[in-house]
Design a protein around this ligand. Structure first.
Ligand SMILES: [Zn+2]
Length: 244
């Protein structure tokens, strides 16, 4: 019984009304425990705040009759390669992103590794909340850039581009569902709202007027390497938010 519970239960973070995390709860849900895993899932059980007493799952794309409904067993698999995912899952997944040596699988590994690096550049820590220290396989190969990320000195223009690139990569990967788009969209909308230098504001507005993520990204690349009058304030803000 203990083994069955450990393999099939769900971790559910409990929060009070202020969003402060109280405890980790585990729940066994008879229907949800029957769904299998996919690294390219067609459904999602979104993380929600508050006291959790029930789970809800949503389709994240059209599901054809007869198609198996699956969700991802780990929230951070969008930033992990096939090898890393299988190590964590402790079984071999056969989803589209895991079919070995296919063009999609190779691209998928590159996109997910890049997404992990972009996240590091935006928040200054890796998926485990720690600074990465792996000289044999560094996530960010440029030590100056890595240091800038860890001390929140990434310019606003770069933050805007990283946010857009992340959206594009996850969209290409088939992972940009509405829940993720809302959460990660803040990494675009917040830098966009903070630009102060007029020439940067104009380019950012033009970028956001485009109709898709690739279009926005292509325009935003004009900002790459540009300083903004708000850069110092942004560094201070991110430092305060991180508590570091
Ligand atoms: Zn897979």
């Amino acid at each position: 019984m203990e083994h069955a519970f450990a393999e099939n239960s769900f971790n559910m973070a409990s929060e009070d009304h202020t969003g402060q995390q109280l405890d980790y709860l585990h729940g066994l849900f008879l229907l949800h425990s029957r769904f299998n895993h996919s690294c390219s899932p067609n459904s999602k059980i979104p993380i929600t705040g508050g006291e959790i007493t029930h789970l809800r799952s949503f389709a994240t794309r059209d599901i054809v009759p007869g198609e198996e409904i699956a969700f991802s067993y780990a929230a951070d698999f969008g930033c992990r390669t096939r090898e890393e995912r299988h190590r964590e899952l402790r079984f071999v997944c056969n989803c589209d992103a895991c079919q070995p040596r296919t063009p999609f699988q190779k691209l998928s590994d590159m996109r997910r590794r890049l997404a992990r690096g972009l996240q590091y550049l935006q928040i200054g820590v890796d998926l485990d909340g720690q600074r990465q220290d792996a000289p044999d396989r560094p996530l960010i190969t440029d030590p100056q850039l890595k240091r800038a990320a860890e001390t929140f000195r990434i310019p606003l223009s770069s933050r805007f581009i990283y946010g857009l690139l992340m959206m594009f990569l996850l969209e290409q990967e088939g992972l940009l569902d509405d829940f993720l788009a809302e959460r990660l969209g803040r990494n675009v909308s917040v830098p966009f709202a903070m630009f102060e230098t007029e020439s940067n504001v104009q380019v950012a507005k033009l970028a956001m007027a485009q109709h898709d993520w690739l279009g926005r990204l292509c325009v935003a690349f004009q900002l790459y390497g540009r300083a903004d009058a708000a850069d110092q304030a942004v560094a201070t803000l991110f430092r305060a938010l991180s508590g570091r």
